[in-house]
Design a protein around this ligand. Sequence first.
Ligand SMILES: Cc1cc2nc3c(=O)[nH]c(=O)nc-3n(C[C@H](O)[C@H](O)[C@H](O)COP(=O)(O)O)c2cc1C
Length: 226
Amino acid sequence: MSNTTLKGAQAPILEAFHFRHAAKSFDPTRKISDDDFGTIVEAARLSPTSFGLEAWRMVVVQNPALRNELLPIVWGGQGQIPTASHLVVLTVLRGDRLNPQGEHLPAFFRDIRKMPEDRVSWMLSKLQGFFDREFHLETDAKRTEWAARQSYIVLGNMMTTAASLGIDSCAMEGFDRDVLEAKLSGHGGYDQATHGIACLVAFGYRAKDQSPRTRRPLGDQVIGWA
Ligand SMILES: Cc1cc2nc3c(=O)[nH]c(=O)nc-3n(C[C@H](O)[C@H](O)[C@H](O)COP(=O)(O)O)c2cc1C
């Protein structure tokens, strides 16, 4: 296959991608059903993560009073936060918990991944080399950002799944992260000591028509065929 043979806009999945856009506000009278929201969360749960670590969690902020408190902090969500049917905060395990010498990772491999002891030891030493040498994730802060990178796969899958159900969304990272973490800590089980915030995503039904979309032409993204 080469650039000249790339053809888009054929497969049914692309309908969801064309439907999805960054909705700036939602119809406040329309709520997503529990079934549909459950499907969106299941798509998140099934999302892949590097080494299968699932180092992310979500908090769903539905309390209008709490949303009002978030509003001055989230400059990128002024229309979305008050009107969204569901407002999700994607949080990630802090890098100190992603230390192979710590307690969290061995327990995760044993209890969730059901690995035998020799495999747990192998995974921990692999991760140590990966963090220290291969991906240069030596510091807690870098490992927190690495966990946030994984959570954006979750984010994308949630938004595409929502779009396939006719549900609109908007990802948001227009906020002061330290201030938002402090404000949210203690709500919905969120603890800023153990988790950082990666991004927010609002779901609902569009209040306005989608503006015309701009994108680079198909093939422009492929820098070469090696
Ligand atoms: C990680 C991420 C963060 C974003 N943050 C915001 C935000 O804070 N506020 C906002 O209105 N849009 C936000 N957006 C939406 C983008 O501006 C939008 O996706 C982009 O302009 C392309 O438009 P489209 O999604 O309608 O195709 C964000 C998108 C992503 C993926």
